[in-house]
Structures are given as structure tokens and as C-alpha cells.
Design a protein around this ligand. Sequence first.
Ligand SMILES: [Fe+2]
Ligand SMILES: [Fe+2]
Length: 135
Amino acid sequence: MSIIDWNPALSVGIAEVDEQHKKLVKLVNDLFEAMSSGTAKQVVGPVLDELVNYTVYHFATEERLFELHHYPDAAQHIVVHRELTKQAKELQAAWAAGTSTLSVKVAFFLRDWLQNHIQKEDKAYGPYLNGKGVH
Ligand SMILES: [Fe+2]
Ligand SMILES: [Fe+2]
């Protein structure tokens, strides 16, 4: 079962970024799957770790594109990336410490976190980078 589905409304019009977003969508669904099947508790930690690691990698990809093409709103976008990374790492730490009682709420939080960021900040750079020849 999935709690977020990829759809064209999430496309930023850049193939490399869309592929990475699809992978993040899959990891959020994997996390939900792991958290909702009570028998797979040991699966949650590694999936959460993979999601955090891949998020860091993905944000670095976007920030490299901003730098390369002098995206004028880069600074504020990077601030949002730092905040999202902090939130994800706090969840990861809470889970690792056994203090997370959030269960499936973590997956729903990360779904909204991903979806809102793509729809707001990420979609905003699409036309600018397209104009620089990035597709
Ligand atoms: Fe993104
Ligand atoms: Fe972003």
C-alpha cells in the first residue's frame, strides 16, 4: 500500500530531479509499509536511514544545479533544505534511541514534508533551470 503516488503534478521538468523524487516517494512508501506491518520493526531503522541518506544526496544534487546556473532563490531554498534535513535527522535519532512513539505518523509526516517541498520550493526552480537548458 502506498501513501503517496508519483503523479505528473510533482514533476519539476528536470529528468534527473524527477528520478530522485520518485526514489524518495518510494522510500516514504517503504517506510510506511515497514511501520504499518508490526512484525517488521527491524526494517524501519534501515529504511529511515536510507531515506535520510538519500535526502542528503538529493539536496546536494539540487544545490549543485543552483550553483552551476546561479539560481537567484538558492539561498532561501538551501535554508529550507537545512530545516528539512534537521527534522528528518531528529526523527532518525528519536527512532534509534527508542523514544519515537510516532509509528506510522512518522511516515505521514515525511510524506507531507516531501510533497510540500516538491510542490512549493522545488517546482519554483523548474522554469528557471529549464531556461538554462536543464531538462
Ligand atoms: Fe527536491
Ligand atoms: Fe529542494
